[in-house]
Write a protein that binds this ligand. Sequence first.
Ligand SMILES: C[S@@+](CC[C@H](N)C(=O)[O-])C[C@H]1O[C@@H](n2cnc3c(N)ncnc32)[C@H](O)[C@@H]1O
Length: 213
Amino acid sequence: MINPFVNLSNKISGALDNRRDMRICGEKLGVFVPSPFGEDVGATGCQSAPYRGLDKILKDLVLTDMDSFIDIGCGKGRVISYMVSRGFPCRISGIEINPEVAEVARRWTSRYPGVEIIEGDAFGLDYNDYTVLFMYRPMETFTFKMFIELLESTLTHDIRLYYYVDGQSGYYLNDRPGWTLLTRQEMFFVRGFYIHKEPQRYSVWTYSPDKRR
Ligand SMILES: C[S@@+](CC[C@H](N)C(=O)[O-])C[C@H]1O[C@@H](n2cnc3c(N)ncnc32)[C@H](O)[C@@H]1O
C-alpha cells in the first residue's frame, strides 16, 4: 500500500503542476489517457512528467540556436511546456502517436512559433535532425530496444538522450558501444514534495556513432 503521506504529497505536487500548465499552456495536461494501441505495439499511456522532475533532470541543460530538441512520445506536451518556459533559442519538437493527445499538444502550442508537434510513430523520424532527445518512458521494453537499434543504425552525429523512468529498460544501454552514461539518479522527493508514488530513476546519455565503430 502507498504511504498516505506520499499519496497526499503527490496530489499536492500534481495540483502545483496543473497551476504551471495553466500559466504556460492555458489548460491542464495532467489527466492520464490510456493508450488506444494494444500492448503488442509497446506504447505506454499518456502520463505527463512532473515539472519538479523536469526541473531536476534538465536543470543544467544549455541549448544554442544550433540545437534541436525532441520529446519522443510527447503526449499532451508537458515536457514541451517545460522547455517553452525555459525560453531556449532552438527548435522544440514533440512526436506523438496517439491522435487524441497529439491534438491537445498541437492546440496549446500553436501560440509558440518555435514549437512543432508531429502526429505519428516515433519509428518514422530521422533523428539526424535533432541533437537532444527526451523520453519519459514512452515505450515498453521490447519496443524501446528496437528504438535504440534504430538510432544506432541511422544516426550519423552525436546526440544526448534524457531517459526518465529508465528502471525497466535503461539497462539496455549499459556498456553498449557508442553510449556513454553521464548520470543516473533516483527521483522521489524533490523540493518539498514526493513527485511519484514510488522512487523512479532517470539517466542521461550521449551516443556517438564514431565510438561505436
Ligand atoms: C508516458 S507518456 C509521456 C508524455 C510526455 N512525454 C510527458 O512527459 O508529458 C508516453 C507517450 O508516448 C507515446 N508513444 C508511445 N509510443 C510511441 C511511438 N512509437 N511514437 C510516438 N509516440 C509514442 C504515448 O502515446 C504516450 O502519449
